[in-house]
Design a protein around this ligand. Structure first.
Ligand code: OOG
Ligand code: MG
Length: 267
């Protein structure tokens, strides 16, 4: 999988990212000094990082879409959707405190999540096929924590950093695809006393099922897909909001329920 000519540099990039996450240290982006570091190389680094997590007892449990909404693309100055991989250790249970002493500069974003009944892969998967493979639809928040200084990155950097993945909280009670209009589903989210942000599912490429179809087609090009039983986060509906120590984030979905996530008082 790893192209020999680029392997040493890719290994060095991954080692630096893993250390940054473990030591809660921001690092400068790689792209500035490595013009040869392209998207294929970035996804190889991401994959190697996921293999490293699995080897250390943190197995893959799903896929996340990133930068699928205009709000996010505009916030990050990046203009294409990406994918990352969710691992078991990233999961937060409802009521569990978000420990800021484990993270660098986390932000929270509201998302619509799918749990898949059937596997899904292929270069020509459609939104209808995505919907047919979905078992349940859930309200969720993702906590992203880019390992880069000030969340300053190009597409290659953020892909190598597993799309800034850090934590996620998915409401346990999901509904069948027939019972929810994911395009019209609305969310309002507020961190502490901050300004509420709101959006509907349409913010994600017009239709979260379509966003997943696009992602599955991209995954197919890299020999990957969604496995039966996996969770998929379809991408932030709004811009991500910084999490202040001691704050409680409330994300209220129109039909999928309400998430409350309290952050520790100290970082
Ligand atoms: C990249 C991750 C984006 C989303 O939902 O759009 C993402 C970032 O903004 O750091 O998770
Ligand atoms: Mg996200």
């Amino acid at each position: 999988m790893v192209t020999p000519a680029h392997a040493p540099d890719e290994r060095a990039i991954l080692t630096t990212i893993i250390a940054a996450e473990a030591e809660r240290r921001e690092i400068p982006k790689f792209s500035a000094e490595r013009p040869e570091f392209d998207l294929d190389a970035a996804y190889r680094v991401q994959r190697a990082g996921i293999e490293h997590r699995a080897a250390s007892g943190r197995p893959r449990v799903g896929v996340k879409l990133g930068l699928t909404s205009y709000a996010k693309q505009e916030q990050m100055g990046v203009d294409a959707p990406i994918t990352g991989v969710l691992t078991e250790d990233m999961r937060l249970s409802p009521g569990e405190e978000l420990r800021l002493d484990e993270l660098i500069h986390p932000k929270v974003e509201p998302e619509i999540a799918f749990v898949f009944a059937a596997p899904l892969a292929g270069e020509d998967v459609t939104a209808a096929e995505v919907r047919a493979a979905v078992l349940s639809v859930h309200g969720a928040v993702e906590i992203i924590d880019s390992r880069y200084l000030n969340f300053d990155f190009e597409l290659t950097d953020v892909v190598a950093d597993n799309a800034s993945s850090a934590r996620y909280l998915v409401l346990p009670d999901g509904v069948a695809p027939d019972s929810v209009d994911v395009i019209a589903e609305a969310v309002t989210m507020r961190v502490g006393q901050g300004t509420p942000v709101e959006a509907t599912g349409a913010a994600v490429m017009g239709d979260p099922y379509e966003a997943v179809a696009v992602a599955v087609r991209a995954l197919a090009g890299r020999g990957d897909g969604i496995r039966a039983g996996e969770l998929v986060l379809t991408g932030a509906l709004t811009a991500a909001q910084l999490i202040e120590p001691g704050s409680t984030t409330v994300a209220e979905f129109s039909t999928l329920g309400t998430i409350q996530l309290s952050a520790s008082a100290t970082r």
